[in-house]
Design a protein. Structure first.
Length: 453
């Protein structure tokens, strides 16, 4: 199995794979591979030292993993700027802001506290392409850099890391948040300090939940994967909206004043229309994945906005955005990428701009979210099947064609094989919940029968 997944290296911290030894060796291999590029060579030629930014979320395992990563980098002659506990998008921003050669984020995002991960950013704060990750994997077993004396790396505290990030976020806003009452759920994660500070500095009146990390409670019943608490808190506080982050704050979901969920598709719809109205949506195009709701596609068409779709995963959205130079993209899950201000999904940036639109337009979040109608979506995971035959089996393709014909323009069918498991995901959208459920169950039964192992 490859070491790198869709979002870096991730697993049980101190388990079979994600050990201190791996973290150290991975850092050394990263120094070998990313220290060979033209930018790095030019830096050396100018008498400058290679530099990396390292940050982490508040999991207790982040302490030993970041220490191992920093030791591996310093032992390879790389100077380390230790940014401490900060969101993933902050680490990505800081790499570009201080012109570092690369960056490392220690986090497992929305996973439970026992898990952790290592994510690497190249120069400029961009995610690594697959080919570079493969080269780093290959370098794990190859000779490492072993400078001595004055050539070894230094490790120092990145003292103004958080301030730089906050100033950047505030500078991106079209207006202040004066008069807005916001509830923030920080998932006991990396945003626990910086998100409340930034929203208050922007002018909002802030109530905070899920902002007492102890290293073990990250994502535990709070954050963007557990929205019940923030929905109640918004209603009880009489707030205008709620913003929920995940553990590393690279995503956000929202709730309106009535406690109703506003998902990533709705957030993208609001921001896309707002950016188009301000002439800031490049080529009037939004990039999203095949899982985005049919309602988003219809709403964008009504506003003259083209939608480009990619495979599931924010890295694929980002790749297409970079190829086309597009300014907005994201996922239903709340990974929203605003490329004018960020190189990756940024939950704080997204939440701030969503709140800013409420103030700018003088509308409630519910009014803004009404720009799109959310079609009922039913997803059934069918396990124990041969996922490789889903596109070729005649019985399955006939069933999909029949469901698609019956739904017409009022629905959508998507069968998506898992990338790693003997599993096929059956997704159906329809004008009613009953229709979506009926077609999804019928198709799931066909997949189960025709593709059984």
């Amino acid at each position: 199995m490859p070491l790198f997944g869709t979002d870096g290296v991730r697993g049980l911290a101190n388990g079979e794979v994600l050990t201190a030894e791996l973290a150290l060796t991975l850092a050394q291999a990263t120094a070998v591979v990313l220290g060979q590029g033209r930018t790095a060579e030019a830096r050396r030629a100018a008498g400058k030292r290679l530099t990396a930014v390292v940050a982490r979320d508040p999991r207790i395992s982040g302490h030993f993993l970041s220490a191992a990563v920093e030791a591996g980098l310093a032992s390879s002659g790389v100077d380390v700027l230790d940014a401490g506990t900060l969101p993933t998008p902050a680490a990505a921003f800081l790499v570009g802001d201080v012109d570092a050669d690369f960056g490392v984020m220690i986090s497992a995002s929305h996973n439970p506290a026992a898990d952790n991960g290592i994510k690497i950013f190249a120069s400029g704060g961009v995610k690594l392409p697959d080919v570079v990750e493969k080269r780093i994997e290959e370098a794990l077993t190859q000779p490492k850099l072993q400078p001595t004396g004055a050539a070894v790396g230094r490790i120092r505290r990145f003292a103004d890391a958080e301030d730089r990030y906050v100033v950047h976020l505030l500078g991106s806003l079209p207006n202040t948040l004066d008069g807005l009452r916001v509830v923030l759920d920080c998932a006991h994660g990396a945003a626990s300090g910086v998100s409340p500070e930034t929203f208050r500095d922007a002018g909002a009146e802030v109530t905070v939940i899920g902002a007492d990390p102890d290293g073990l409670n990250i994502n535990d019943g709070v954050g963007s994967t557990h929205l019940d608490q923030i929905a109640r808190a918004v209603v009880e506080a009489g707030a205008d909206l709620g913003i929920a982050h995940d553990g590393d704050a690279d995503r956000c979901l929202a709730v309106d004043a009535q406690g109703r969920i506003v998902d990533g598709d709705q957030i993208m719809a609001i921001l896309a229309v707002a950016l188009k109205d301000r002439g800031r949506l490049l080529d009037d195009t939004l990039v999203t994945t095949v899982m985005s709701n049919l309602g988003l596609h219809r709403a964008m068409a009504e506003h003259g906005i083209r939608v480009e779709t990619t495979a599931v995963g924010d890295r694929y959205v980002l790749e297409r955005m970079n190829e086309g130079g597009f300014s907005l993209g994201g996922e239903q899950s709340g990974h929203v990428i605003m490329s004018d201000f960020a190189t990756t999904g940024d939950g704080l940036l997204t939440g701030l701009h969503l709140a800013a639109e409420m103030v700018r337009q003088g509308k409630t979040l519910a009014e803004l979210a009404s720009v799109m109608t959310v079609y009922p979506q039913v997803l059934i995971n069918v396990s124990g099947v041969d996922r490789t035959r889903v596109a070729d089996d005649p019985g399955v393709t006939d069933a999909v064609a029949a469901a698609t014909a019956e739904l017409g323009d009022a629905g959508r069918v998507l069968l998506r094989p898992s990338g790693t498991e003997p599993l096929v995901r059956v997704m159906v959208e329809a004008a009613s919940e009953d229709d979506a459920k009926r077609h999804a169950e019928t198709l799931a039964a066909v997949v189960r029968e025709r593709l059984a192992l």
